[in-house]
Design a protein around this ligand. Structure first.
Ligand code: PAF
Length: 278
């Protein structure tokens, strides 16, 4: 496995490599990331994983500085998975201009759901992912459904800006108690970790109501948010949306997704669950 730090060296390697499936990450890899890598392997001769903690997608007061940087452990895990290349540029390599002068601006969706609470986040994601796509030039790229809104924005980006890359969504990896795997889970105290699976349980309850025929989406959202608040959570949103375009769910929509973001102490957790109506 090669660990490559510069754009030039990555491009040199790419010239003679066969097909590439790409997994962009911010490192601190857990089983959820490794599931992306295993899926990627099915789609190309080589898997390239990038590890870059992207300052542009963190807001003021967010955890950019504390975000765990664990390159050696990550590389060991990826070598075991048979990854061809780890691309781990430093900030100067990816953002040589002190200010990133050109940004990729996603449409209205960047200001909804998580975007409402993390202004500029999806601009930062769309910008770094576009840069990485241009550098790695993959044939396919894997993104986890855990970041459902990110996945929707990347799908739109690839379509609208004509990246010739197949986007492969990968199901959310979960702990045995249902908690979605996330690098941020390690910020939870023991008692918060014990409480954390409630988020998924509320998503499951909401999905069960919809599957049973309820179309009182506002009522379902309110009930779930109230249950989380009663258990000590601070809820950013709990919303039922159209599964494809993430528009507010309407009667008659067949495929929905329930998305939630809520804080336990200082830790913000997100999760979601797709559901079909009857
Ligand atoms: O999902 C992530 O880890 C990040 O948002 C990504 C796609 C690697 C861009 O920095």
């Amino acid at each position: 496995m090669h660990i490559i730090h510069t754009i030039q060296a990555l491009r040199e390697w790419r010239k003679t490599a066969g097909s590439v499936a790409f997994v962009p990450t911010m490192g601190n890899l857990h089983e959820g990331h490794l599931a992306l890598v295993r899926e990627a392997k099915k789609h190309a001769d080589n898997v390239v994983v990038s590890i870059f903690v992207n300052r542009l997608q963190f807001g003021q007061g967010e955890d950019f500085d504390q975000y765990p940087r664990t390159l050696q452990q990550d590389a060991d895990k990826l070598a075991d998975e048979g990854v061809a290349v780890v691309f781990a540029p430093d900030e100067k390599e990816l953002y040589p201009n002190v200010e990133q002068r050109y940004n990729v601006e996603p449409p209205y969706l960047q200001n909804e759901l998580c975007g409402k609470f993390r202004p500029g986040h999806f601009r930062g994601v769309a910008t770094v992912v576009s840069k990485l796509f241009n550098i790695v030039a993959p044939d396919a790229a894997c993104f986890g459904k855990k970041d459902y809104q990110q996945l929707a924005i990347i799908k739109g980006l690839v379509e609208d800006l004509n990246f010739n890359i197949k986007i492969i969504p990968v199901d959310t990896g979960r702990a045995a108690d249902g908690l979605a795997l996330s690098s941020r889970n390690q910020y939870l105290s023991d008692s918060e970790r014990a409480e954390a699976p409630r988020l998924y349980r509320e998503l499951q309850k909401a999905a069960a109501s919809i599957s049973a025929g309820s179309t009182d989406y506002a009522g379902i959202e309110e009930q779930a948010a109230a249950a989380l608040v009663a258990a000590g959570w601070s809820v950013d949103y709990f919303e039922i949306r159209h599964a494809e375009n993430l528009a507010v769910a309407r009667q008659g929509d067949k495929k929905l997704v329930i998305l939630a973001a809520a804080r336990l102490g200082k830790t913000r957790l997100i999760d979601n669950l797709e559901v079909s109506t009857v």
